[in-house]
Design a protein. Sequence first.
Length: 106
Amino acid sequence: MKSLLKFSAIFAVILFSAAACGESTEVVESGTYAGTIAEVNESETEIYVDLESGERIELYFTESTTLMEDGEEVPFSEIQVDDRVEVTVERVGQRLDPERVVLLNN
């Protein structure tokens, strides 16, 4: 019983440490940035973008976010990891709201 408790405690510490090791994101100033899609979470309409400046930003699409490709609006499902993008964001406190995301010719 004692060894099971010890094992459980060690497992919990390892699990917590692994979860905390995820790559952190930055909050940048409002503006337009170029970068590459690093991760797509379709169920949350969320993307992570690695900016050319080296930061990684996290963007949750809102009702007012427009996603464009070749001058036309496209659905969120068009976004793929490694796509080059230009994002226009508005900083709201410690959150970034994507106003416009443009898929660039890759």
